[in-house]
Every structure is written in structure tokens, then in C-alpha cells.
Design a protein around this ligand. Structure first.
Ligand code: FE2
Ligand code: FE2
Length: 170
């Protein structure tokens, strides 16, 4: 696949993924009681919607449409997570949000390489900013779960957690 095809594929996948993330965060903050945490996750939800809007703009510029079936699947997944967050307590949504965020920035970094190769400077800049914000989201969840008694159990099984390879960059 050439750079443009790879780039548009990543953008279209990420566009749907941001919807899932935003819906998941909606469920996440609805499940929380601490007003400060509610406000923080509401802010993250807003940022994911902004990402989706930015991706939609760039897809339009590149003549790419959202993937209909993926949109459908990711909306269902988002709704399931939205409900699920309210059933599993405080720790699990915090942990898996962080684990997912840890992958999001890599996707935007990869897209940025292709945007640069195609000479799309403005898109490159946007993608780098998106990757940076996803790293900040990950750092937020790392701070949240650090020191929690459940952390060693989940970190052992799912790998993500304090002391991971990306932490030096944060
Ligand atoms: Fe995002
Ligand atoms: Fe994020």
C-alpha cells in the first residue's frame, strides 16, 4: 500500500476509534463519584470528540469517507463499554483506559510519518499534537492507578502500568 492509502486507512480507523473512546469516557465519568475525577474524564471525553472532528476534516480533505460497518461496530462497542464502566468499580476502567491510550499515540505517530512523506505539513502537525495528547491521557491514568493495590495483578497479566517502556518520555 502506498503512503496515501495507508494514511487514509489509519485516519478512517482512528476516526471510528475516537467515537468508541469518547463513548467509553462518557460511561467512565458517569460511573465516578469524585467531582474532580468526573471533571477530568469529561475533559478527556471532549478531547476525543475534538480528535474525531479533526480526523473527519482531514478525511474530507483527502476524499476519504468513514467506514460504515466499522462505525457501526465501534458505536456498539462504545455503548457496551459505556454501560460496562458502571458495573465494574473504579479500578478497571482507569486501568484499561490507560492501556488503550498507550496504543493510541503509536497510531498517530505512524500516520504522521506518512503525512510527512506526502508533504502534508498541516496534517503532520495535527497528528503529532494528537499523539502528544494521547500520551498525556496515558500519563493521567498512570498517575491514577499508581500505588493501587489491584495494580500488580492487572499489570502482570496485561503488561501496561508504571515502569513501562514509554514512561521516560512523559
Ligand atoms: Fe483521541
Ligand atoms: Fe485519548
Amino acid at each position: 500500500m502506498d503512503s496515501l492509502a495507508t494514511l487514509t486507512t489509519i485516519l478512517r480507523r482512528a476516526y471510528s476509534g475516537e467515537m468508541t473512546a469518547a463513548l467509553a469516557y462518557r460511561g467512565h465519568w458517569l460511573s465516578l463519584r469524585d467531582p474532580q475525577e468526573v471533571a477530568e474524564i469529561q475533559q478527556i471525553e471532549r478531547e476525543e470528540w475534538v480528535h474525531r472532528k479533526q480526523l473527519g476534516y482531514w478525511m474530507q480533505q483527502l476524499g476519504a469517507l468513514p467506514m460504515g460497518f466499522l462505525e457501526f461496530r465501534m458505536a456498539i462497542l462504545g455503548a457496551i463499554i459505556l454501560i460496562g464502566c458502571n458495573l465494574v468499580g473504579w479500578f478497571i476502567p482507569m486501568y484499561f483506559a490507560g492501556r488503550l491510550e498507550a496504543q493510541n499515540d503509536l497510531e498517530y505517530e505512524e500516520a504522521a510519518v506518512h503525512a510527512e512523506a506526502l508533504g502534508l505539513r498541516a496534517l503532520f502537525t495535527d497528528l503529532k499534537a494528537m499523539a502528544q495528547l494521547e500520551r498525556e491521557h496515558e500519563a493521567y491514568f498512570l498517575r491514577k492507578v499508581a500505588g493501587h493495590p489491584a495494580l500488580p495483578f492487572w499489570q502482570k497479566r496485561f503488561g501496561w502500568g508504571p515502569g513501562g517502556s514509554k514512561q521516560e518520555d512523559l
